[in-house]
Design a protein around this ligand. Sequence first.
Ligand code: THU
Length: 133
Amino acid sequence: MKNLEKDTQKLIQAARQAQLNSYAPYSNFRVGSAILADNGKVYAGCNVENAAYPLGQCAEAGAIASMILDGGQKIVKILVASPNEKICPPCGGCRQKIKEFADKNTEILMCDNQGNIQTVDIAGLLPFAFELD
Ligand code: THU
């Protein structure tokens, strides 16, 4: 692995491990995601598709649910591992889901299958975001 911060390496490992369990028989596009939360723990998720296509769930949603279940409250870093040579930017819905638990310091990392990483902050990922207050 390249010369990356330790927590980024941990996220890549966790996301790739999750990717192995991805259930994507319809798209064959296997995605993994991992979050470093404010409690210092790492939570992973993979996409879970469904024969009723719109019911499928993205990898990021799984990782967020796992963080919340375990008591994590904020996303310090979230990484999305793509199955191919192009990075996989989160879909529109996931951008809003990430925003719910992000702040201006949250890093969103997108990693291709070669280990190339692109990073954005939440303002870059979801400008002009909907919020209630
Ligand atoms: N997908 C994710 O899990 N995360 C993303 O950021 C983009 C897309 C999934 C949804 C679906 O199972 C498959 O990739 C193809 O769209």
